[in-house]
Write a protein that binds this ligand. Structure first.
Ligand code: SAM
Length: 268
């Protein structure tokens, strides 16, 4: 197996068994593990009988610690980076260090493994592969609106805290309408794991007594590719329907806004 100086190592997002044999070997073989909260990572190390030394590396020291890790690596030491859970650098620290490794030509590799967004996506049905992952959903109504508009032709995937998710869903309902389709999972790989795909209105109703745990959510794409409706537009035009009627019919059938279809009909 090729050896590197620096390893980016995913750890479980819930179920402690969701870690690869290679990840365990790497964590055992390196000189130092950079981790966010040593109390959390220590539990994992204890479970797998890993004795490697931990050094803190979190969002508050991720810039100032870069020099320290570069020195270790230049001395020939091997380092692994983990986060509290899941894949480092997916909404977790690591980027500053990785940039410095590249600048200093230090060899590194990222191991495949547990990650909430990929676990979520592999359990939520979609019509296509096109998604936009935005990290955590912004809080303000205007910012949420911007996200929903800018990425309307894509499935929008985001992380959200249980304290904010209901407000966020309410805002999505207000902005995109009651029938906006939502996919939502909580507590992936844990005891109370559950996933729901339904309209935003029904999801809000389902969780009306509150929602607990860690959450990944997806707003299904609201604008379908224009190529989808062109054959139908042609057929309806050929059958003598007016632009107004075609817009009305296809808007109902495709969930596309009427004015968008109207524009397509008039321009083609
Ligand atoms: N690096 C992590 C990863 O690979 O997914 C993500 C870290 S981010 C700081 C933490 C967020 O990920 C949580 O607030 C939640 O939205 C999501 N998350 C983490 N574990 C999860 C789980 N077991 N089920 C659902 N969402 C989870």
């Amino acid at each position: 197996m090729k050896e590197y100086q620096f390893y980016i190592v995913p750890t479980p997002i819930g179920n402690i068994q969701d870690i690869t044999f290679r990840a365990i070997d790497v964590l055992k073989s390196v000189d130092v593990i950079a981790c966010e909260d040593s109390r959390i990572t220590q539990k994992l190390l204890y479970h797998y009988d890993i004795k490697t030394k931990l050094i803190s590396y979190h969002k508050y020291n991720e810039k100032s610690r870069v020099e320290f890790f570069l020195n270790l690596l230049n001395e020939g030491k091997k380092v692994a980076l983990v986060s509290d859970a899941g894949t480092p650098m997916i909404c977790d620290p690591g980027s500053y260090l990785l940039k410095a490794l590249i600048e200093n030509k230090i060899s590194f590799t990222a191991l495949p493994g547990a990650c909430a967004v990929t676990t979520f996506l592999s359990g939520i049905p979609r019509d296509d592969e096109f998604f936009t992952f935005i990290g955590f959903m912004p809080r303000g109504e205007n910012e949420i609106k911007e996200v929903l508009t800018d990425f309307a032709n894509s499935n929008i995937v985001f992380y959200e805290s249980p304290n904010r998710i209901m407000k966020t869903l309410e805002k999505i309902k207000e902005i995109n309408g009651n029938n906006t389709m939502i996919g939502i999972s909580r507590e992936l790989s844990k005891l109370f794991e559950e996933s729901i795909v339904d309209t935003v209105e029904n999801v809000i109703d389902y969780f009306k007594d509150g929602i607990k745990g860690e959450i990944v959510c997806m707003v299904y794409k609201t604008i379908k590719d224009s190529i989808d409706v062109m054959p139908q537009i042609e057929k309806l035009k050929h059958a003598g329907y007016s632009t107004k009627d075609i817009s009305k019919i296809l808007s109902i059938l495709t969930d596309k806004p009427k004015n968008e279809i109207y524009k397509l009909v008039s321009e083609n």
